[in-house]
Design a protein around this ligand. Structure first.
Ligand SMILES: [Fe+2]
Length: 225
């Protein structure tokens, strides 16, 4: 587990997507009441479970988009009292899961003191909810931006150099193709860019510790113009 700020950690795990090693990342937030929120949980190994336990009690499990939901049930078994919130669409896609609520533009009462959120509209296949952690000026995205770098395997580097999301925050070609309603997407993006964030945590690639806002704007200039 890597600590980025007073109440902010991440933990990485290997993950292959269309044959490419892109990795995946869980973000752990400690809320003002000391309870924990797990964003895009990775598989709970014994080592990870004990590291999380040292930080506090998991109260919230968040599946932030329609593609990041794979390990929620395993964490539910470990923390049966935790509330599970999912991106719109997962409540039917994952009808097998016990779901507390569906994420929207409004922060849930349990975390409204610490986080803001926006549902990215216009990309219905993904329906990603993007979070802003005020205390650490951190934007937490899932697939909105990738940030693969030299630490990735050769094939991954080649693919992302070509398709986007290499060397700086940006969408891949796939994300660009998934935008169905550009005006709605742009409006959501503009709301996100109003937040005073500097660090950006992505699910695939490297965390951007500083200057993330400018990088994200550059990566999405085609949608913002
Ligand atoms: Fe992803």
């Amino acid at each position: 587990m890597q600590q980025h700020d007073h109440d902010l950690w991440t933990s990485d795990a290997p993950l292959r997507f269309v044959g490419l090693e892109v990795g995946t990342r869980m973000t752990v937030l400690r809320l003002p009441d000391s309870r924990l929120l797990l964003h895009s949980p990775i598989g709970p190994s014994p080592a990870l479970l004990s590291a999380v336990k040292e930080l506090g009690t998991v109260a919230f499990l968040v599946a932030p988009n329609r593609l990041h939901h794979l390990f929620i049930d395993q964490w539910q078994k470990e923390y049966p009292d935790a509330a599970t919130f999912v991106a719109p669409g997962l409540e039917t896609k994952r009808a097998d899961l016990a779901i507390t609520g569906v994420l929207s533009d409004d922060p849930e009462p349990g975390w409204e003191g610490a986080l803001d959120q926006v549902l990215l509209r216009g990309m219905p296949y993904v329906n990603e909810v993007v979070f802003f952690h005020r205390a650490s000026a951190t934007l937490i995205v899932t697939d909105l931006a990738f940030n693969l770098g030299p630490n990735s395997p050769l094939l991954t580097r080649a693919a992302f150099r070509f398709g986007g999301g290499y060397g700086q925050l940006g969408p891949t070609l796939l994300e660009r193709l998934l935008v169905r309603n550009r005006a709605a997407f742009r409006e959501s993006l503009e709301r996100i860019l109003e937040w005073p964030f500097d660090r950006v945590i992505v699910a695939h690639g490297n965390v951007c510790e500083t200057g993330g806002r400018a990088q994200l704007m550059r990566g999405y200039s085609w949608a913002l113009d």
